[in-house]
Design a protein around this ligand. Structure first.
Ligand SMILES: [Zn+2]
Length: 343
């Protein structure tokens, strides 16, 4: 392990763009598969690790859907959510805004109340037992259309649990224009939630502009193509609208050709507040520590630079002021300890 890799592994971190089902690691999936014998997902850990090895985007979708198929009742939801928090604790992730898609579960017959109770139970248990603070983004699965948007807005605004802080929009961008979701985002914002749609991952900067104007985005999921529009970068920098950058995911989905051509450097240079995230980590064969390693290489960062990157995520988060101060102090203390340790 290189020095910087070790530094990153121990660094207290926050993650702002990571999906609930997309975080199901082989370990979690093995537990879910054991609860539902007869599913097509292999149950023994070795075969499961092979099954999970990322080959291409079509395979990712296949793995993702087979995990979705294993989440059949509230206990599956609780097990998945707590398991994700355990995987976060192992990476020293101290705070995460986890993107949850209630519609995927309620449309499969899990009652909304039971679903919310399960994630909230996992959240409070994870905070107490693992020291991982979780908050929720409820997102509209864009491909499921306006009925899904209505259901997501209803659950978020009428039943929104304590951990809910924001409202998102995921799924494909091509053929799913952002402005049609304006009424749902208006309702979510009126209910006090923050707006954090995905935009500019697989389509051009126009989609990011749409997310800003129609959906009043306060942070942009990915925003990769913003780098093609200097005026947009300037606008994001001026308004202090952060980007949630997920390097490995961008390569896996072919949003970017290879890591060396990733625009993260241009974003930083333009003064945009950039955060680094993992998106669907086990399914893309990565985790947040690996993403920090990649960002450190692309941006030429040393330990203090990486600590600043971690602070960007704290700043861009919807943690309260006291929580932000606490996490920043933890990062500072860790960095100071690390620097004392070095010869
Ligand atoms: Zn995403």
């Amino acid at each position: 392990m290189s020095d910087l890799t070790a530094f990153i592994a121990g660094l207290p971190k926050a993650e702002l763009h990571v999906h609930h089902v997309g975080s199901a690691s082989p370990r979690i999936v093995a537990e879910l598969a054991a609860r539902h014998p007869g599913s097509k997902v292999p149950a023994d850990p070795e075969a499961l690790a092979d099954y999970f090895t990322f080959t291409d985007f079509a395979h990712f979708v296949q793995v993702y859907l087979s995990v979705v198929d294993l989440i059949r009742d509230a206990e599956d939801v609780r097990l998945l959510t707590y398991g994700v928090a355990e995987d976060m604790a192992r990476q020293n992730i101290r705070y995460a805004e986890l993107t949850v898609t209630p519609y995927s579960s309620t449309s499969r017959g899990i009652p909304d109340g039971a679903f919310l109770e399960a994630i909230e139970d996992a959240r409070t248990t994870a905070e107490r037992d693992l020291g991982v603070v979780l908050r929720w983004t409820f997102d509209i699965p864009g491909e499921a259309g306006l009925a899904a948007a209505e259901e997501t807005a209803r659950i978020a605004t009428e039943m929104g649990p304590d951990g809910l802080v924001s409202f998102g929009l995921g799924g494909p961008e091509i053929g799913v224009p952002r402005p049609q979701f304006k009424p749902y985002f208006d309702r979510a914002l009126a209910a006090g939630l923050h707006s954090v749609p995905h935009a500019g991952e697989t389509t051009g900067p126009g989609t990011v502009w749409d997310a800003l104007t129609s959906l009043r985005a306060e942070r942009i999921g990915h925003g990769t193509s913003a780098a093609q529009d200097p005026r947009l970068l300037e606008h994001l920098a001026e308004r202090g609208i952060p980007l949630e950058v997920c390097p490995t995911s961008n390569i896996a989905t072919r949003a970017v050709e290879d890591l060396d051509s990733h625009p993260i450097g241009e974003m930083v240079k333009a003064g945009v507040l950039v955060t680094v995230n993992s998106d669907d980590p086990p399914m893309f064969g990565t985790d947040l520590n690996a993403e920090y390693g990649i960002a450190a290489r692309l941006l030429g960062l040393d330990a203090p630079g990486v600590a600043d990157l971690a602070k960007n995520a704290v700043r861009a988060s919807f943690l309260d002021a006291a929580g932000k101060t606490r996490l920043n102090e933890e990062i500072d203390a860790y960095l100071a300890g690390w620097q004392r340790r070095e010869p």
